[in-house]
Design a protein around this ligand. Sequence first.
Ligand code: ZN
Length: 311
Amino acid sequence: MRKALQLATSLSVILLLGAGSSSAFAANLKVVSSFSIIEDFAKNVGGDKISLVNLVGPNGDSHVYEPKPSDAAALAGADVVLVNGLGFEGFLPRLVEASGTKATIVELTKGVEPLKAQEEEGHAEAGAEHHHDHGAFDPHAFQSIANAKIYVKNIVDAFCNADKANCDTFKKNGADYTKKLDQTEVDVKAGIASIPESKRLIITSHDAFGYFEHAYGLKFLAPEGLSTDAEPSAADVVALIKQVKEDKASAIFVENITNPRLIEQIASETKLKVGGTLFSDALSEPGEGASTYIDMMHHNISAFKKAIIGS
Ligand code: ZN
């Protein structure tokens, strides 16, 4: 009798342990994000319910990134791979193929209204000469917060499809984060409204801010096009300098992902003072002021205001 009781007790202990381990140590959804901004969105939606590996890190340039062997391994082991799409990650098609991954590849720009790539004044001729392999659309959709909310919705949907048990958590996290994005959008619009309309022309390194321009009304010019994969020609730079002088640009900025040399040259020839660093295609390292998407948006709007209206 006593033995039977002991056996029953130890069985129930085993069962309890078993039950405990299946919930506490259930395998998390394995997620890979292609670059730091998507990593931040995925963390906000997935929380502790996902295991996340990111490819292009803080201050990294996704246009010209060269994958490491560990990236292929991460893709091969993933359940879900979150990417920007529209040709932003030039390295991606070959990496996906090399990894042999069976994961669902989710393009987060799905549902975004894409802006057409324009070979505008300044690098029209160079655009025709160079053989860029980026697509017909501007891929930097994440620079509009309205689009960021679409990215987040796509992440919630992808996580719910892959892990139904945690879907409610993903939905709640997504809704909470979207509220913060709403507030950030209010802040950005208020920031732009404080800049006089005659002072809204900004120079940056490459055309990363087309969606920001379209959504919020600053105007951007850049010596490099939609990708950073080709240096602008001397003629492009001369044309840009001429335009900057004619159109009276208000401020010039370097970007965290690009070499500042060209911008410093243009700044000195146009007598514009470099207004600091903008975060364009990547977040910063922790402690550099733009290590989350929301901090990045606040950093950039503060930088514009400080350079143009001095506050
Ligand atoms: Zn870019």
